[in-house]
Design a protein around this ligand. Structure first.
Ligand code: NAP
Length: 246
């Protein structure tokens, strides 16, 4: 089986674990600034806060898709950032702009570029994007992050409908729960003035209730592999669809 797996944010956290958990014979490609360790076949260096980085990823996707006769292609968009945590109108302007570019703009543009690269293939193809519970509830201190995840879910619903009409790529959004990664460390280290909800995350950590990143990656692959149940346009909470986790 020749399976192309491209993961943004493959250098750390959930994206890195998704690459590690990919089928043994997959061709694994990471998109990030730092680059992934471990079993990765290719690294695409891109800063997703820079539109030039999006173009780099689009060209790389077209080259990769055309480089072999694949039997399946999976594009997982895991790159994301909470920085700067703090109230809108109070945080640093440049950091806020980068947050919007990485979380909102890059997500939509990379989704579009992935679909364009995959358009002419007649094989199983899927785009899975990491969402968050913050898409659906107010979390003061995370305004641009939450708005981006709400936008991501809207994009997946609409594009899922489009791809059912023509295209045939399965497009799925998954909120993974509270997962033990660097992003959670950043949350716990934030002062309550910038993020009033911090105590809940500190308590979950102290109680050992964060989901294990390898377990989350395995369950994301369950979603990717289940073509009968998740046909595209699905907006999922991983804790509800595969059990386990927080
Ligand atoms: N962890 C959780 O509890 C949790 C909960 C809900 C949703 N999520 C979502 O799950 C996804 C993964 O989160 P995580 O916890 O694994 O985060 P993480 O450990 O902080 O890793 C973030 C990844 O995103 C990449 N990234 C960040 N900014 C980038 C940029 N400007 N250009 C390119 N790549 C960039 C990083 O790569 P480089 O630094 O090497 O560029 C890194 O690989 C995110 O979309 C997040 O919103 C996580």
């Amino acid at each position: 089986m020749s399976h192309l797996v491209v993961v943004t944010g493959g250098s750390a956290g959930i994206g890195r674990a998704v690459l590690h958990a990919a089928p043994a014979d997959a061709h694994r490609v990471d998109v990030s600034r730092r680059g992934a360790d471990g079993p990765v076949d290719e690294h695409i260096a891109a800063d997703l806060a820079d539109p030039q980085g999006w173009r780099t990823v689009g060209s790389a996707l077209r080259r990769l898709v055309g480089s072999r006769s694949w039997e399946r292609v999976s594009f997982v968009h895991s790159a994301g950032t909470l920085t700067p945590i703090g109230f809108a109108g109070e945080v640093d302007d440049e950091a806020y702009i980068r947050n919007v570019l990485v979380n909102s703009a890059a997500t939509q543009v990379l989704g579009h570029l992935a679909l364009a690269a995959l358009a002419d293939l007649d094989i199983p193809r899927e785009v899975l994007m990491l969402s968050s519970g913050a898409a659906r509830r107010s979390r003061p201190g995370w305004s641009s992050y939450g708005a981006a995840k709400a936008g991501l879910e809207s994009w997946v619903r609409t594009v899922g409908d489009e791809q059912r009409q023509r295209g045939g790529v399965r497009v799925i959004a998954v909120a993974p729960g509270v997962v033990a990664t660097a992003m959670q460390r950043e949350i716990r280290d934030t002062d309550p003035a910038s993020f009033p909800g911090v105590e809940r995350f500190r308590r979950l950590h102290e109680a050992g209730e964060l989901a294990d990143v390898a377990d989350v990656a395995a369950r994301l692959w369950e979603v990717l592999d289940d073509r009968e149940r998740f046909t595209g346009g699905d907006v999922l909470d991983l804790r509800e669809v595969t059990g386990g986790g927080r």
